[in-house]
Design a protein around this ligand. Structure first.
Ligand SMILES: Cc1ncc(C[n+]2csc(CCOP(=O)(O)OP(=O)(O)O)c2C)c(N)n1
Ligand SMILES: [Mg+2]
Length: 279
């Protein structure tokens, strides 16, 4: 467990991650804002409870790796990296602009803390397996976390990787799936039914937990188990999340894969987020 932020509650971290994401969203007026709000609790637990890293040394050899498979979720990871002190807060305003280190799709070569270039769906888990194998070869104690989406469950490469991870018994690999039941084409379950997920991954040789991905206490317990369970299997934490969590008028939008927020709605969004924190 890392030593960061023990005096700041994880819920406060999650709130600040959401606020950072809204601030970046406001720069562009649109984007993958609902995903960032939905996954903020998971990122808060990953970065402020579970993972070991050094903010001033993003390439510290013994760090836990966090691989963002879904490049379009970059706004969410930047929001967490800023909160973690890996990226400076004053770069928020450059989000998605020319020459920014914060491009709209995650790029490893541009951004400290961005371990891989994601975006072409279905590659995070395969890359994570290579890293997990290499770390084992080096006798490293680091974990490899990889966040992928329910849309990526439609990719064959995800299932090839899932089978490989089970076969190699990669107990240093922690997969996180964001099941927000949304994809570019609409609700995930209407695109291609991937349920029942728990027995599927178990059959591929994984240790599997499924939690409410917006319940911080449940996430803390799940990540603790994923790290500490003494079983020679890759670990999966399936997180059921709510798109746009924390901003009710955005939660209510039906097609929220790519949100357009009108200029006059931003103040309302910040106020709603703040109100939810104190209610
Ligand atoms: C290989 C590949 N195919 C298609 C796309 C286009 N694409 C970008 S995001 C997306 C939706 C993927 O589902 P998910 O990540 O669950 O969407 P979200 O939860 O963000 O709405 C698609 C099809 C892509 N980036 N890569
Ligand atoms: Mg999705």
């Amino acid at each position: 467990m890392n030593q960061l932020g023990h005096n700041i509650p994880i819920a406060e971290r999650a709130y600040r991650i959401r606020r950072n994401a809204l601030r970046m969203g406001e720069v562009q007026g649109q984007g993958y804002i609902a995903q960032a709000l939905g996954i903020a609790d998971v990122l808060a637990v990953a970065y402020f409870h579970a993972m070991d890293y050094r903010p001033d040394q993003p390439e510290w050899e013994e760090r836990d790796r966090f691989l963002l498979s879904i490049g379009h979720y970059a706004i969410a990871l930047y929001a967490a990296l800023i909160e973690a002190g890996i990226l400076p807060e004053d770069e928020l305003d450059t989000y998605g602009t020319d020459d920014s280190r914060l491009p709209m799709s995650g790029m490893a070569a541009y951004t400290p803390g961005m371990e891989i270039t994601g975006g072409s769906l279905g590659h995070g888990l395969p890359i994570a397996i290579g890293m997990a194998l290499a770390l084992k070869h080096k006798k490293s104690a680091s974990f490899v976390y990889t966040l992928f989406s329910d849309g990526e469950l439609d990719e064959g490469s995800t299932w090839e990787a899932a089978m490989s991870a089970g076969s190699y018994a990669l107990d240093n690999l922690i997969g996180i799936v964001d099941v927000n039941n949304m994809q570019a084409d609409g609700p995930s379950r209407g695109v291609l039914n991937f349920e029942p997920l728990v027995p599927k991954f178990e059959a591929f040789g994984w240790h599997v937990q499924r939690v409410d991905g917006n319940d911080i206490a449940a996430l803390v317990a799940a990540f603790d188990t994923a790290r500490n369970t003494d079983i020679k299997k890759p670990r999966l934490v399936i997180c059921d999340t709510k798109m746009a969590k924390g901003v009710p008028f955005l939660e209510a939008r039906e097609r929220n894969h790519f949100l357009r927020v009108e200029p006059e709605e931003w103040t309302q969004a910040f106020v709603a987020l703040e109100a939810g924190k104190t209610s």
